[in-house]
Design a protein around this ligand. Sequence first.
Ligand code: GLC
Length: 722
Amino acid sequence: MKREFLTVIAVIAAMCPQAAVSQSDDPDGRAARIEAQMTDDERYALLWGYMPLPSRLGPAPTPEGVKPSAGYFPPIPRLRFPGLHETDASLGITNPNQLRRNDTATALPSGLALAATFDPVLAERAGRMIGSEARAKGFNVLLAGGVNLTRDWFGGRNFEYLGEDPLLAGLMGGSSIRGIQSQNVVSTAKHFVLNAQETARHSVNARISEAALRESDLLAFQIALEVGQPGSIMCAYNKVNGVSGCGNDWLLNGVLRKDWGYKGWVMSDWGATHGPADIVNGLDQESGAQLDKQVWFDKPLKDSIAAGQIPKGVLSQSVRRILRSVYAVGADFPLAERPIDDQADSEVALQIARQGIVLLKNDNLLPLNNTPRRILVVGRYADRGVWSGGGSSQVTPNGGPSVRLPYGGSGFLNVNGFQVLAASSPLAELRKRLPNATIEFDTGYDPGLAAARAAKADIVIAFVSKWQVETLDSASLALPEGQDTLIDNLVSANPHTVVVLETGNPVAMPWLEKTGAVIQAWYSGQRGGEAIAEVLSGQVNPSGRLPMTFPRDAAQAPRSQVPGLGMPDDGTPLVVSYIEGADVGYRWYASKGFDPLFPFGFGLSYTQFRHDGLRVRSSGATATASVTVSNIGARAGADVPQLYLVAINGKPVRRLVGFSRVELQQGEGKPVSFAIDPRLLADWSPQGWTINGGTYEFAVGHSATQLEARVAVRLSRRCFKP
Ligand code: GLC
């Protein structure tokens, strides 16, 4: 890990001279020298902090001139330390409750939309953009890098995350983190670990075997850490096998530090610290202390140290971890605000939306050509904008929300109180791209009226949505607010109906067979309306692939209902046993022989692709593979060939071991190669990873269930450390 950090420093030194550090001044050495000069008061001021909020929102005395945000730790001017100025999150720079007047930011599409691009290069570009906006707004820590696996169809924060597969989530999350930190802003990776549901999130006890956890959620974090080298890890609210995530010695000191060699710092989630002993168990910093029962890392910690119950050395240890990350990333820059090119930044949001849209069905209805005809656009504020998810990742989009619906809720900050739409109107954008068509709009409020109008149209485009929000899981796979009835009415009146999904999770589609086409647009961000119109009109050829399985019904899933649904988050114990173990998502459906509604990795195109000549070669302890991808259709497009391990010594398995997004002109063919991470071929045991050896069968495919010719290769047995 240290070698990579030195590489990072060399790059930063080359890029931003003011952050340059001499080779002899490595982050650890510098951290030790600075920490040694600190007073204990200065040390404690780094180990716990309040969310800096106006006094009307709580007891936290926010120093004069400190802007409201997610977190603040004061500067130490005499040591040229700028302090920590923290903001959320992976989808852009937030402004909780608009406490910073008129402070808006570029709103990225959801994490699921980014994951659906299967494009780590784009993820890094997105990270660079939000990292630069964080820095321009005077922040040097971005609480991003959500890489929790989307284990359940109901997870309230799935829209923030990067899907159900550890390779995809780890590579996409790590690339985003690398982009953020290239702007000298520390990124987190979160929420460590197995924070898979929102219901009773402070008291859930997630139970899973170590081997299963190592091969799934921990592997996603491990890959993200290797790729992105986040300066900080945010530990999660929930327990893991009976021990709180932020006081879990095995997770924080064992796995993260001893096994993985992690040298950054562990911050708690906001209100996830439970006592001074957490610092001994691996937690370095108490965040959002006003949400804790008391401030643990101040007087209680001082008393425990004074009583000899906790060694005083923990202070220096934790402070050095914080300082070394700040120095390694070059985040000790003077926090001067600077202008942002909103238009340029929004191009990243547009590109993610374009590449993340998944064409799920198309009975020759799409793309819509610009012929004179009647088109009826129906529903869900499609005349006003595009949906986004709620909670701490909610960005107030540039130009302000076009719609802000009070959702209710109460309590601290009430970040979940509003449903927000970005002002990017699909209707307006369709009218620009189809000027010869007559395009009318119906709100969909009255299904009967909408159906009567649909009967008179040539094409109907129905926008439906499912809002998701931090702290709440979905109780049902169904679309809410009678939207299924609306679609039923529309398709009965006119089968030439296109359904546009704006959801933060998989949804059931009882009307699927009766529709002409379906696209999944996710929460499509600052310029989502444009991207949707570009795909519907054929200006853009859709290339998204599902990062999450869409089950036919909840009974197919490991959990058909939210454990503890409706329970208050008051500490009442709730055990969730993850019976699927490492068989998350498509692996579960394959192991059970279930045929989902739409499989992981699925997505159609306006052209067609073929995969030929899969070759797999054993290369020492792992394997490499190659395949030729050809565009055999009538227009340019992008394919995402996926390589899966499908059997070991004849025993069926299903593991994504490689993917690549490749752009192809009509008639063009390209070779694609995959270097397979040996951990994906191995099983985990307390001795580490073991490739058992024998015959390993691979197949390339268009999704986890559309697999083509298999190729077998012999691999030798091999064991290697975590
Ligand atoms: C929240 C979230 C976390 C966020 C933090 C600060 O509760 O769990 O993702 O970064 O608090 O807003």
